[in-house]
Design a protein around this ligand. Structure first.
Ligand SMILES: *Cc1c(COP(=O)(O)O)cnc(C)c1O
Length: 419
């Protein structure tokens, strides 16, 4: 038995029993996102610092707070308990007090999405599904393909035509069936939903599946546990659909609610300037769908986010803030994060670091702030994107004189400012 008590619509507060609905029928698929509630008093009885110390180093360690019946459900390995890396040189460049990176790029498929997909696959197996489908611009799909490959299920993937090659290669290598849709992401999404209805595939799409955010929540549970006695002032997350920041915040809040930590942090949400409807809603108080998105950070290029409501609430409830960053700032952050922290971040992940620089300029964080940034995806997933951000190599013949000339005349690595 899971400790799920009910599902609550974020729009109308209507309540549903576990298994009764994916989205609120009254509010419809766009607005009626459901939030999963747990019996936190019961969770607190067995989920303690002492019991955690003996559990496996994976996100399955938080089983009381996962929406799964079988309490011992490690069907997918290689997800969770990613490192929290202290990066003093990057903190110094950003002129903040302290910076830690939670490197989700080291997860099984190389992104934060594995947390959600692994829960989706576990739920699918509980429901005896053999195929799991999703529509995605990249990471959600490659992580689903990874998790189904590990668990022995089939993956049915709908991608838009402009999916980055690294992510496409990953999908095909994990053995997914890939439908590359000649149309927009919205059309790929719609096609996926209809195919799920037609074939009875389990639908991993984050917007309609309320259980996936519970997987992303484990990112916040881990930040709380890893920083238990050493809390940061801010946790930074890049924001596309809004599911990640909402999940991370929910995890932090639940760890406080069950008494494992006595603190909560402020959330800093970062959107790309070319696709920033949630940041705009935070400023103006009104959510407006954008016609289309335009940013180099493809994983957060989401003009019509479905989880905007939860994403706004996470920032409001935590007394946090939203900032936007330009593509040039994201590229600078790719370089800085690689060079000063040894972490190769994909553009959407580096956006979190760019967001810290923006927040510093705006006086939202100061030179004493202690910050944790979620590095949500690995740079190897999109090497074309990375190559646009970095200087080119020195092309030389196999001739030492040319090397000597370059070494003697090349400027040393420039002391780059934070953007
Ligand atoms: C999906 C994704 C995000 C944003 O998560 P949302 O839930 O869409 O807000 C950020 N970075 C990377 C690398 C992602 O894949």
């Amino acid at each position: 038995m899971s400790l799920v008590t009910k599902l609550v619509c974020v729009n109308c507060s209507g309540e549903f029993a576990e298994g009764q609905a994916f989205t609120c029928p009254g509010c419809g698929m766009d607005e009626g996102i459901l939030d999963v509630w747990f019996d936190l008093d019961r969770a607190a009885r067995t989920l303690t610092r002492e019991s955690l110390a003996k559990r496996p180093r994976a996100h399955w360690r938080y089983r009381e707070l996962l929406p799964l019946d079988d309490t011992d459900h490690p069907v997918v390995t290689g997800v969770g308990w990613t490192p929290m890396i202290e990066v003093p040189r990057l903190a110094e460049a950003l002129e903040i007090g302290r910076l830690r990176l939670k490197d989700e790029g080291r997860s099984g498929s190389g992104s934060f999405k594995d947390r959600a997909s692994s829960i989706g696959v576990a739920r699918a197996m509980q429901e005896r599904a053999t195929s799991v489908a999703c529509a995605s611009t990249g990471n959600a799909a490659s992580s689903l393909a990874y998790c189904t490959a590990v668990a022995g299920l089939r993956a049915e993937i709908f991608v838009p035509h402009n999916v980055p090659e690294g992510k496409l290669a990953q999908l095909l290598a994990y053995g997914a069936r890939v439908f590359r849709v000649g149309g927009s992401y919205a059309q790929a999404y719609d096609l996926c939903t209809r195919a799920c209805d037609r074939f009875g595939w389990y639908n991993r799409n984050c917007a309609v599946n309320p259980y996936l955010v519970e997987g992303k929540k484990t990112g916040g549970l881990e930040v709380a546990e890893q920083c238990a006695d050493d809390p940061p002032d801010w946790v930074v997350c890049s924001v596309g659909d809004g599911c990640s920041i909402a999940g991370v915040y929910k995890g932090l809040a639940q760890m406080e609610a069950i008494g494992i930590v006595a603190w909560r942090t402020r959330m800093l949400g970062v959107q790309a300037e070319g696709a920033a409807p949630i940041a705009a809603a935070w400023r103006t108080g009104e959510f407006v769908r954008s016609a289309d998105g335009d940013t180099y950070a493809d994983s957060i290029n989401v003009p019509v986010p479905r989880n905007w409501n939860k994403a706004l609430r996470a920032v409001r409830d935590s007394d946090g803030a939203y900032v936007t960053v330009t593509d040039a700032e994201i590229m600078a952050a790719v370089r800085l994060t690689g060079r000063l922290a040894g972490v190769f971040a994909e553009p959407a992940a580096a956006a979190a670091v760019a967001g810290i620089a923006a927040a510093r300029r705006q006086g939202i964080v100061d030179n004493r702030s202690d910050v944790v940034a979620m590095i949500t995806g690995n740079g190897l997933k999109d090497t074309t994107g990375a190559l646009r951000a970095v200087p080119g190599p020195h092309d030389v013949p196999p001739d030492l004189d040319r090397v000597v000339h370059i070494v003697e005349h090349d400027a040393p690595c420039p002391p780059e400012d934070a953007g």
